[in-house]
Design a protein around this ligand. Sequence first.
Ligand code: SF4
Length: 456
Amino acid sequence: MKLSVLDIFKIGVGPSSSHTMGPMNATRQFGLDLLERGLLDVTRQVSVQLYGSLALTGRGHCTDRAVLLGLEGFAPDTLDPDLVEPTLDRIRTTQKLNLMGTHEIEFDEVLDLLWLRDQVLPGHPNGMRVTAFGVGREPIYSEEFYSIGGGFVLRASELGQTDTQGPDVVIPYPFHSGDSLLAQCREHGLEIHELIAANERAFRPAAETEASLLKIWSVMQACVQRGFNASGLLPGSLKVRRRAPKLYRTLSESLEVRPLDVMDWVDAFALAVNEENAAGGKVVTAPTNGAAGIVPAVLMFYKRFEPGACEAGVLRFLYTAGAIGMLYKTNASISGAEMGCQGEVGVACSMAAGALVAALNGSNAHVTNAAEIGMEHNLGLTCDPIAGLVQIPCIERNAMGAIKAINAARLAMRGDGTHKVSLDHVIATMRQTGLDMSVIYKETSEGGLAVNVPEC
Ligand code: SF4
């Protein structure tokens, strides 16, 4: 497995890693392809076709906005939120797009961005095709992209590949499953976080990885604070009111300490992140945007409420969470369009549960036990966002997932680390359950809450 922990945690914008960040990365990559092939200057028009889940829930997930911004050359991790609205207004008013920031081309959104709701490309439910045209609308280049979850994008020719760092990286402790990860740790006398840190040194110097992880932690904390300071309604037809600011004020101003206040704080942390995500704010995919609140909420819980919490514990947490995320990404999927919400909130819960054990200096056996519990009780969780917005059930579901992760860590640490269901068993079960799940529960908004709850 040659995934890096920095593949699992990426800084980006809401509301969706698969439907917002992925398409933005794809159209930007398309522009870079044109540049590399010497075709950018001769491109006069571009058309984008969205298929499957991207077409069905893309409007609520802001896929259209992401496609336009990517064609202008913006990337999710460096996007300045203040530039988004003026850029989109300009494109939509003038029907012209500044391709990769180099030259203007015609772009009529009605004709050039097509939502093919009843068609699916063969490689993945989140498929898109981008085509460039020269003079006289002559096609000059076309590519199929698949947004496979967590902001990852593959071309049709790359489907099935899980390594993202290229063939030259040789990691010292390769693993392909939970069992082989534990075996490597036993053989070399390492904790899981130590093994991952050693593997990361194959990608870049240790200091660079640590700095990147601490930056990710600071973006998570800033996101929580922005969510606490915000107010009003979230964008979209549901007119959902933010709950984190009021909960934060209530908790901060309370003179009384009640036994379950800690639970309220964890809820507040998770709600704050996912409300920011729903508003298109800056978040960390962990491992996706829809499930972005769970890992930060549990890490905030660790820092605020666990005696002896420290920066080293934060790093143990993030390395371990990354390891667990890699196992799901490699052996199943972190895409709601493939696995339902068990692949997003379930995976985030599993990552946070195992990671909290590591932060608290639990053993490797306790880590995998907690991660297994965190997924076992999310198996079968469907994805049915109302109105295609990443709001209901998504925001509240992150609060539930964070509490469940803490409980999973506590259950595991009260035991001796032995458990009948292994992490590999539960990952395989999630994958099988996802494959068996009806497509109406896999980010299409064609079943569940999305059809049973009136939109207004
Ligand atoms: S229901 Fe779950 S998987 Fe679906 S969009 Fe919401 S958070 Fe993502």
